[in-house]
Design a protein around this ligand. Structure first.
Ligand SMILES: NC(=O)c1ccc[n+]([C@@H]2O[C@H](COP(=O)([O-])OP(=O)(O)OC[C@H]3O[C@@H](n4cnc5c(N)ncnc54)[C@H](OP(=O)(O)O)[C@@H]3O)[C@@H](O)[C@H]2O)c1
Length: 259
Protein backbone atom coordinates (compact mmCIF):
# COMPACT_ATOMS: atom_id res chain seq x y z
CA UNK A 1 0.00 0.00 0.00
CA UNK A 2 1.18 3.57 -0.69
CA UNK A 3 2.39 5.32 2.44
CA UNK A 4 0.22 7.71 4.43
CA UNK A 5 3.14 8.53 6.73
CA UNK A 6 3.14 12.15 7.91
CA UNK A 7 -0.48 12.78 6.93
CA UNK A 8 -3.17 13.70 9.47
CA UNK A 9 -6.48 12.07 10.38
CA UNK A 10 -9.22 13.72 12.43
CA UNK A 11 -11.45 11.22 14.27
CA UNK A 12 -14.46 12.05 16.45
CA UNK A 13 -14.96 9.97 19.59
CA UNK A 14 -11.76 7.96 19.90
CA UNK A 15 -11.65 7.30 23.66
CA UNK A 16 -12.90 3.73 23.26
CA UNK A 17 -14.54 1.19 20.98
CA UNK A 18 -14.34 1.64 17.24
CA UNK A 19 -12.95 5.20 17.29
CA UNK A 20 -10.03 4.13 19.48
CA UNK A 21 -9.24 1.16 17.21
CA UNK A 22 -9.29 3.53 14.21
CA UNK A 23 -6.87 5.91 15.98
CA UNK A 24 -4.45 3.04 16.66
CA UNK A 25 -4.71 1.71 13.10
CA UNK A 26 -3.85 5.08 11.55
CA UNK A 27 -1.04 5.73 14.07
CA UNK A 28 0.44 2.31 13.34
CA UNK A 29 0.60 3.36 9.68
CA UNK A 30 2.51 6.54 10.62
CA UNK A 31 -0.47 8.92 10.36
CA UNK A 32 -0.69 11.79 12.87
CA UNK A 33 -3.92 11.67 14.86
CA UNK A 34 -6.21 14.50 16.02
CA UNK A 35 -9.13 13.00 17.89
CA UNK A 36 -11.98 14.08 20.12
CA UNK A 37 -13.45 13.03 23.46
CA UNK A 38 -16.62 14.12 25.19
CA UNK A 39 -16.60 12.94 28.81
CA UNK A 40 -13.36 10.94 29.13
CA UNK A 41 -10.66 13.63 29.11
CA UNK A 42 -8.15 11.67 31.20
CA UNK A 43 -8.47 8.54 29.06
CA UNK A 44 -8.12 10.68 25.92
CA UNK A 45 -4.87 12.19 27.19
CA UNK A 46 -3.51 8.74 28.03
CA UNK A 47 -4.40 7.47 24.54
CA UNK A 48 -2.69 10.48 22.90
CA UNK A 49 0.47 9.83 24.91
CA UNK A 50 0.40 6.11 24.15
CA UNK A 51 -0.03 6.73 20.41
CA UNK A 52 2.96 9.08 20.43
CA UNK A 53 5.13 6.77 22.55
CA UNK A 54 4.21 3.60 20.65
CA UNK A 55 4.23 4.83 17.05
CA UNK A 56 6.26 8.08 16.98
CA UNK A 57 3.37 10.05 15.49
CA UNK A 58 1.87 13.30 16.74
CA UNK A 59 -1.42 12.77 18.60
CA UNK A 60 -3.65 15.31 20.32
CA UNK A 61 -7.08 15.04 21.98
CA UNK A 62 -9.71 17.79 21.86
CA UNK A 63 -13.04 18.23 23.62
CA UNK A 64 -16.11 18.03 21.36
CA UNK A 65 -19.80 17.51 22.07
CA UNK A 66 -21.38 16.51 18.76
CA UNK A 67 -24.76 17.76 19.99
CA UNK A 68 -23.25 21.28 20.07
CA UNK A 69 -22.84 21.62 16.35
CA UNK A 70 -21.24 25.09 16.63
CA UNK A 71 -18.24 23.47 18.35
CA UNK A 72 -16.88 22.14 15.04
CA UNK A 73 -15.46 25.45 13.84
CA UNK A 74 -13.44 26.22 17.01
CA UNK A 75 -12.38 22.55 17.15
CA UNK A 76 -10.78 22.73 13.71
CA UNK A 77 -9.17 26.09 14.53
CA UNK A 78 -7.52 24.37 17.50
CA UNK A 79 -6.45 21.45 15.30
CA UNK A 80 -4.91 23.99 12.86
CA UNK A 81 -2.62 25.19 15.66
CA UNK A 82 -1.22 21.69 16.22
CA UNK A 83 -1.31 20.12 12.74
CA UNK A 84 -0.34 21.69 9.42
CA UNK A 85 -2.67 19.57 7.30
CA UNK A 86 -5.84 17.45 7.38
CA UNK A 87 -5.99 14.50 4.96
CA UNK A 88 -8.63 12.23 6.46
CA UNK A 89 -11.80 12.71 8.52
CA UNK A 90 -13.65 9.90 10.28
CA UNK A 91 -17.11 10.77 11.64
CA UNK A 92 -17.41 8.17 14.37
CA UNK A 93 -18.69 9.58 17.69
CA UNK A 94 -22.18 8.61 18.80
CA UNK A 95 -24.41 9.67 21.67
CA UNK A 96 -26.07 7.36 24.16
CA UNK A 97 -27.78 7.50 27.56
CA UNK A 98 -30.06 10.40 28.47
CA UNK A 99 -29.63 12.28 25.20
CA UNK A 100 -31.20 9.43 23.20
CA UNK A 101 -34.30 9.06 25.39
CA UNK A 102 -37.20 9.37 22.96
CA UNK A 103 -34.99 8.13 20.10
CA UNK A 104 -33.92 4.72 21.36
CA UNK A 105 -37.03 2.62 21.84
CA UNK A 106 -40.09 1.13 20.23
CA UNK A 107 -41.68 2.93 17.27
CA UNK A 108 -44.78 3.95 19.24
CA UNK A 109 -42.60 5.60 21.90
CA UNK A 110 -40.41 7.67 19.54
CA UNK A 111 -40.32 11.41 20.27
CA UNK A 112 -39.26 13.39 17.20
CA UNK A 113 -38.44 16.61 19.06
CA UNK A 114 -36.22 15.00 21.68
CA UNK A 115 -34.12 11.87 21.21
CA UNK A 116 -34.81 11.48 17.49
CA UNK A 117 -33.65 15.02 16.77
CA UNK A 118 -30.56 14.52 18.93
CA UNK A 119 -29.66 11.37 17.01
CA UNK A 120 -30.07 13.27 13.74
CA UNK A 121 -27.76 16.03 15.01
CA UNK A 122 -25.18 13.54 16.28
CA UNK A 123 -25.27 11.41 13.12
CA UNK A 124 -26.02 13.58 10.09
CA UNK A 125 -25.30 17.03 11.55
CA UNK A 126 -21.92 16.04 12.95
CA UNK A 127 -20.94 14.32 9.69
CA UNK A 128 -21.89 17.43 7.70
CA UNK A 129 -20.06 19.94 9.90
CA UNK A 130 -16.97 17.80 10.41
CA UNK A 131 -16.76 17.06 6.69
CA UNK A 132 -17.21 20.73 5.74
CA UNK A 133 -14.38 21.86 8.01
CA UNK A 134 -12.18 18.97 6.89
CA UNK A 135 -12.86 19.56 3.19
CA UNK A 136 -11.68 23.17 3.46
CA UNK A 137 -8.36 21.86 4.74
CA UNK A 138 -8.14 18.83 2.42
CA UNK A 139 -8.59 21.17 -0.53
CA UNK A 140 -5.33 22.89 0.45
CA UNK A 141 -3.37 19.62 0.25
CA UNK A 142 -4.93 18.44 -3.01
CA UNK A 143 -7.61 16.10 -1.68
CA UNK A 144 -8.42 13.58 0.99
CA UNK A 145 -10.79 10.92 2.21
CA UNK A 146 -13.84 11.18 4.47
CA UNK A 147 -15.45 8.13 6.11
CA UNK A 148 -18.62 8.04 8.17
CA UNK A 149 -19.51 5.17 10.44
CA UNK A 150 -22.86 3.56 9.72
CA UNK A 151 -24.54 0.40 10.92
CA UNK A 152 -26.39 -2.52 9.41
CA UNK A 153 -29.27 -1.56 11.69
CA UNK A 154 -30.43 0.47 8.69
CA UNK A 155 -30.73 -2.73 6.62
CA UNK A 156 -32.08 -5.22 9.13
CA UNK A 157 -34.47 -4.80 12.05
CA UNK A 158 -32.85 -4.35 15.47
CA UNK A 159 -35.04 -3.96 18.57
CA UNK A 160 -35.36 -0.31 19.70
CA UNK A 161 -32.98 0.84 16.95
CA UNK A 162 -35.42 2.75 14.69
CA UNK A 163 -33.96 6.14 15.64
CA UNK A 164 -30.36 5.16 15.04
CA UNK A 165 -31.10 2.93 12.06
CA UNK A 166 -32.95 5.58 10.12
CA UNK A 167 -30.29 8.17 10.82
CA UNK A 168 -27.57 5.78 9.67
CA UNK A 169 -29.51 5.40 6.41
CA UNK A 170 -29.63 9.19 6.22
CA UNK A 171 -25.90 9.65 6.81
CA UNK A 172 -25.09 7.07 4.13
CA UNK A 173 -27.26 9.05 1.70
CA UNK A 174 -25.64 12.31 2.82
CA UNK A 175 -22.19 10.82 2.25
CA UNK A 176 -23.19 9.97 -1.34
CA UNK A 177 -24.34 13.57 -1.90
CA UNK A 178 -21.08 14.85 -0.39
CA UNK A 179 -19.05 12.52 -2.62
CA UNK A 180 -20.51 14.11 -5.76
CA UNK A 181 -19.81 17.68 -4.69
CA UNK A 182 -16.42 17.10 -3.04
CA UNK A 183 -15.10 14.90 -5.85
CA UNK A 184 -13.87 17.90 -7.81
CA UNK A 185 -11.66 18.79 -4.83
CA UNK A 186 -10.10 15.31 -5.00
CA UNK A 187 -11.97 14.25 -1.88
CA UNK A 188 -13.55 10.79 -1.67
CA UNK A 189 -16.47 10.18 0.70
CA UNK A 190 -17.64 6.75 1.84
CA UNK A 191 -19.37 4.95 4.68
CA UNK A 192 -18.43 1.83 6.60
CA UNK A 193 -21.50 0.04 7.87
CA UNK A 194 -20.78 -2.29 10.75
CA UNK A 195 -22.72 -5.25 12.05
CA UNK A 196 -22.88 -5.56 15.85
CA UNK A 197 -19.44 -4.86 17.35
CA UNK A 198 -18.58 -5.57 20.98
CA UNK A 199 -18.21 -2.06 22.47
CA UNK A 200 -19.75 -0.02 25.31
CA UNK A 201 -22.35 1.30 22.85
CA UNK A 202 -23.58 -2.22 22.24
CA UNK A 203 -23.50 -3.01 25.96
CA UNK A 204 -25.94 -0.11 26.39
CA UNK A 205 -28.54 -2.12 24.42
CA UNK A 206 -31.16 -3.43 26.83
CA UNK A 207 -30.91 -6.86 25.13
CA UNK A 208 -27.09 -6.91 24.78
CA UNK A 209 -26.63 -10.61 25.62
CA UNK A 210 -29.32 -11.62 23.16
CA UNK A 211 -27.84 -9.45 20.37
CA UNK A 212 -24.39 -10.86 21.03
CA UNK A 213 -25.56 -14.47 20.89
CA UNK A 214 -27.66 -13.85 17.77
CA UNK A 215 -24.73 -12.13 16.03
CA UNK A 216 -22.39 -15.07 16.66
CA UNK A 217 -25.04 -17.51 15.40
CA UNK A 218 -25.81 -15.43 12.28
CA UNK A 219 -22.22 -14.68 11.35
CA UNK A 220 -20.77 -16.94 8.68
CA UNK A 221 -17.53 -16.60 10.66
CA UNK A 222 -19.19 -17.69 13.93
CA UNK A 223 -17.93 -14.78 15.95
CA UNK A 224 -18.75 -11.29 17.10
CA UNK A 225 -17.24 -8.30 15.27
CA UNK A 226 -14.36 -6.38 16.85
CA UNK A 227 -13.48 -2.67 16.63
CA UNK A 228 -10.36 -3.70 14.68
CA UNK A 229 -12.54 -5.34 12.00
CA UNK A 230 -14.08 -1.93 11.33
CA UNK A 231 -10.83 0.04 11.65
CA UNK A 232 -9.23 -1.97 8.83
CA UNK A 233 -11.99 -1.04 6.38
CA UNK A 234 -11.92 2.63 7.40
CA UNK A 235 -8.16 2.74 6.88
CA UNK A 236 -8.40 0.98 3.51
CA UNK A 237 -10.76 3.71 2.29
CA UNK A 238 -8.05 6.24 3.11
CA UNK A 239 -5.35 4.52 1.03
CA UNK A 240 -4.38 4.87 -2.64
CA UNK A 241 -5.72 1.34 -3.14
CA UNK A 242 -9.20 2.85 -2.74
CA UNK A 243 -8.45 5.71 -5.14
CA UNK A 244 -11.59 5.22 -7.30
CA UNK A 245 -13.96 4.28 -4.50
CA UNK A 246 -16.32 7.09 -3.59
CA UNK A 247 -20.00 7.43 -2.74
CA UNK A 248 -20.06 3.83 -1.46
CA UNK A 249 -20.93 1.95 1.69
CA UNK A 250 -18.73 -0.97 2.63
CA UNK A 251 -20.60 -3.44 4.82
CA UNK A 252 -18.40 -5.08 7.47
CA UNK A 253 -20.73 -7.48 9.21
CA UNK A 254 -19.20 -10.97 9.30
CA UNK A 255 -21.97 -12.04 6.93
CA UNK A 256 -24.71 -11.37 9.51
CA UNK A 257 -26.97 -9.21 7.34
CA UNK A 258 -27.60 -11.90 4.72
CA UNK A 259 -28.71 -14.56 7.22
N1 LIG B 1 -20.90 -0.97 18.44
C1 LIG B 1 -21.58 -1.37 17.39
O1 LIG B 1 -22.21 -2.44 17.39
C2 LIG B 1 -21.59 -0.54 16.14
C3 LIG B 1 -21.95 -1.15 14.94
C4 LIG B 1 -21.96 -0.39 13.77
C5 LIG B 1 -21.65 0.94 13.82
N2 LIG B 1 -21.31 1.52 15.01
C6 LIG B 1 -21.00 2.95 14.99
O2 LIG B 1 -19.62 3.12 15.29
C7 LIG B 1 -19.44 4.38 15.94
C8 LIG B 1 -18.69 4.16 17.25
O3 LIG B 1 -19.45 3.32 18.09
P1 LIG B 1 -18.83 2.58 19.34
O4 LIG B 1 -19.62 1.33 19.53
O5 LIG B 1 -17.34 2.46 19.21
O6 LIG B 1 -19.20 3.59 20.53
P2 LIG B 1 -18.59 3.78 21.99
O7 LIG B 1 -17.61 2.69 22.31
O8 LIG B 1 -19.72 3.99 22.90
O9 LIG B 1 -17.77 5.17 21.86
C9 LIG B 1 -18.47 6.34 21.65
C10 LIG B 1 -17.49 7.49 21.47
O10 LIG B 1 -18.27 8.67 21.22
C11 LIG B 1 -17.92 9.68 22.15
N3 LIG B 1 -19.11 10.45 22.52
C12 LIG B 1 -20.18 10.07 23.27
N4 LIG B 1 -21.08 11.07 23.39
C13 LIG B 1 -20.56 12.11 22.68
C14 LIG B 1 -20.98 13.43 22.44
N5 LIG B 1 -22.14 13.91 22.92
N6 LIG B 1 -20.18 14.24 21.70
C15 LIG B 1 -19.01 13.78 21.20
N7 LIG B 1 -18.53 12.55 21.40
C16 LIG B 1 -19.31 11.72 22.14
C17 LIG B 1 -17.35 8.96 23.36
O11 LIG B 1 -16.46 9.87 24.04
P3 LIG B 1 -16.28 9.89 25.67
O12 LIG B 1 -15.86 8.50 26.05
O13 LIG B 1 -15.22 10.92 25.89
O14 LIG B 1 -17.59 10.29 26.23
C18 LIG B 1 -16.65 7.78 22.70
O15 LIG B 1 -15.35 8.15 22.29
C19 LIG B 1 -20.84 4.98 16.12
O16 LIG B 1 -21.09 5.86 15.06
C20 LIG B 1 -21.74 3.75 16.04
O17 LIG B 1 -23.03 4.06 15.63
C21 LIG B 1 -21.25 0.81 16.16
Amino acid sequence: MGSNKGKTVVITGATKGIGKAIAYKFAKEGVNVAFTYNSNEQIAKEIAKDLEDSYGVKARAYKLNILEIDEFKPLFLEIDKDFNRVDFFVSNAMIYGRSVVGGYGKFMKLRPKKGLLNIYTATVGAFVRGSQESALRMQKVGGGSIVTLSSTGNLVYIDNYAGHGTNKAAVEAMSRYASVELGEMGIRVNAVSGGPIDTDALKAFTNYDEVKQATIERSSLNRMGTPEDIAGAVYFLCTDEASWITGQTIVVDGGTTFR
